[in-house]
Each structure stands twice: as structure tokens, then as C-alpha cells.
Design a protein around this ligand. Structure first.
Ligand code: GAL
Length: 332
């Protein structure tokens, strides 16, 4: 009995120790432990940088949640690899009488420096995805608690998947898929970020999971086909101005891989002392076991109007220099 107790204590200590040591490798498609050793729950998410911290918000889908609510999680990191769970930033009960299977997806948070307010947007819908609105919630702290403010259709348009883009000059945009117009809108937020002020562009491509980045004088937009949870070949286009004209859309990876079984949610630019890396952030959805959905993050090969998602493999990021590199596996 004593031996068993000793053995269990050693195993427990090893688990705690393993979870406590810093991680330095991003492993696409694997479980990604947070500071407590739990798989990160920030699906369909978005990241903002505030001072020395990055905040990652996403759909909280852990097992055992109260099904009357929808939850948005918040994680914090200095290096984009080790994430501290800051709690559920939003816990919301059906805000517009949408019925038992109402939907809150793809939350994105903006920080408004004028009003010192964190403004969260999310896709709000009923079970049949007919409402097609955005919901807005606000908080005075990055980790919440966020309070529901309202819902609306941006530019009076149907809006389903949303994306977030903050340009280098700090201007904040909402990207949203619009089924009737067979495309996605890029729209500027109002000064207080609480509403959508004006249309910047309707990109004429029926794509969702919209993500935009400004890199070396060019805008790159990525989107996925409309195939629900099933992955498809994600594509990209470029433009010298957000307002367009946008180039033809091309594959970001060999189409047969269906974007290595993932769907875009955001691109993140890390500018360091030596170089700039653009990270492709995507979800590998597991619709029947959503809490186990995985993340595919990879540094993109990007420049001169070309964008390629390399084959996923473990990689490292130096947050100070901005350098990224794959981790060489030992020779077989
Ligand atoms: C996807 C979308 C997800 C979710 C899903 C539901 O196309 O990107 O956010 O809405 O459909 O089937």
C-alpha cells in the first residue's frame, strides 16, 4: 500500500512539474495545454496585443458547461506559446430569445483607447443560422466580465462568420461574411467601436473565416469555402488598398489537404528586432467533441503578393526577434 502511495505521489508530481515548465514549441494539431494543463479552449478565436501581453479570446467549449449559457474564454501570454487561463470573459444567457440551441461563435475583442473599454463582437444566431447578426459586449478589463450591450446586422447586412482586423495605424475593422451578396465585407468600426460605421469594401468571393493582414505594403485576405465544420481549401487574395481592387483568390496550400484539415480564423503579425513573422491561425474542428477541437498555427511564407501555408510541423517562435523556425526532428 505504501509503495502504491509513493508511486502515485511521484506520478502526480511529474504531471504537475510537466505542466509547470514552460513550453517553447508550438505543435499544430496537438492538444495545447494552458497554465493548468488543460487544453486551451479558444476556438474560432482572435488575439490582441496590449503592452507586453497577448490576449487570446475564443469559444469556450469545455465539457460540463451549463448549456443555458454560451461562454467566451480569455487567455494571456507574453510569448504566444505559454497561455494563462484568465477565466471566462463572457458568460451569456440567450440574449434575444433565440431558443435553446442559440449560437455564439467567433468572438473578437478590440480595445478602444479613447473610451478605455474592451469591446467584444461575436456572431449571434439561432439554431438555424437565420438571425445572422453580431452581438456586442463590453468590459473595463481585458479578462472581463463582459456585459452584453446589443445585437445588430452590420450595414443592415446578414452577418455570419466574423473576423477582426486592426491596421498598422490602429484603425479597427470588422470582417463579416454576407451570404446574399456572395462575398464578405470589410467595414470600419465607429470611434467608440460600438457600431459599424462604414463599408470599406465588399470582396466578391463567397468566403468565410475571413482574416486580413497588412504586410510589406500589401493587404492579404484569407477565407474558407462555406462547408460548415468540414475543412476545405482556404484561399487568399491581395490588394494595395483595403478598398480593393482585390486580386483573384488562390489556394494557400495544396487543395487536396483541405488546408491541412483546418479553417482560418485570423492572421497575426509578430514584429521583432530582426524580422516579422505572420502566423496563420486556424481551427481543426471536431464537431462531435468540440472541446477537443485543435489549433493549427504555422508561420506563413509570405511576401511579394504570394502567400503559402507550409506543411504543419512543430515550430518555435522568438518573440523578441520575431524569428520563427521549424523544430528539426532527430534523424530516423
Ligand atoms: C462554419 C463556421 C463556423 C460554424 C460552422 C457551423 O462554416 O466557420 O464558425 O458557424 O460553420 O456549421
Amino acid at each position: 500500500m505504501k509503495k502504491l502511495y509513493f508511486f502515485l505521489t511521484v506520478v502526480a508530481s511529474l504531471i504537475v512539474w510537466r505542466n509547470a515548465i514552460a513550453q517553447n514549441i508550438i505543435k499544430p494539431g496537438e492538444t495545447w495545454p494552458d497554465d493548468k494543463g488543460n487544453h486551451i479552449q479558444a476556438h474560432g478565436g482572435g488575439i490582441i496585443q496590449l503592452g507586453k501581453y497577448y490576449y487570446w479570446y475564443g469559444e469556450q467549449r469545455r465539457q460540463g458547461l451549463d448549456t443555458n449559457y454560451r461562454y467566451v474564454s480569455c487567455y494571456r501570454s507574453k510569448d504566444l506559446v505559454n497561455w494563462k487561463f484568465m477565466g471566462d470573459a463572457l458568460q451569456l444567457s440567450d440574449p434575444e430569445q433565440l431558443g435553446r440551441r442559440w449560437v455564439l461563435e467567433r468572438p473578437k475583442v478590440y480595445y478602444n483607447r479613447n473610451t478605455k473599454t474592451y469591446v467584444m463582437y461575436f456572431h449571434l444566431d439561432d439554431a438555424k443560422y437565420k438571425l445572422a447578426r453580431v452581438g456586442v459586449a463590453t468590459s473595463k478589463k481585458p479578462q472581463g466580465p463582459f456585459t452584453y450591450v446589443k445585437s445588430f446586422r452590420p450595414l443592415e447586412r446578414e452577418s455570419r462568420d466574423i473576423g477582426q482586423f486592426i491596421d498598422d495605424d490602429g484603425t479597427a475593422y470588422l470582417v463579416f461574411e454576407s451570404r446574399p451578396t456572395k462575398g464578405f465585407f470589410i467595414a470600419k468600426l465607429s470611434d467608440d467601436y460600438l457600431s459599424v460605421e462604414k463599408e470599406v469594401c465588399l470582396v466578391n468571393a463567397p468566403l468565410e473565416g475571413g482574416a486580413i493582414i497588412h504586410y510589406n505594403g500589401l493587404y492579404y485576405a484569407i477565407g474558407s469555402e462555406l462547408t460548415g465544420w468540414r475543412p476545405n481549401p482556404n484561399r487568399y487574395a491581395t490588394a494595395t488598398s483595403l478598398a480593393g481592387p482585390w486580386s483573384e483568390f488562390k489556394d494557400i496550400a495544396p487543395p487536396a489537404t483541405n488546408t491541412y484539415s483546418s479553417q482560418s480564423t485570423m492572421m497575426l503579425k509578430v514584429t521583432g528586432s530582426k524580422t516579422t513573422t505572420v502566423i496563420f491561425m486556424a481551427d481543426q474542428w471536431r464537431p462531435k467533441t468540440q472541446w477537443d477541437s485543435r489549433y493549427l498555427w504555422m508561420p506563413l511564407e509570405i511576401g511579394d503578393g504570394k502567400l503559402v501555408l507550409p506543411q504543419p510541423q512543430p515550430w518555435q517562435l522568438n518573440i523578441k526577434t520575431g524569428e520563427a523556425g521549424v523544430v528539426n526532428s532527430p534523424a530516423e
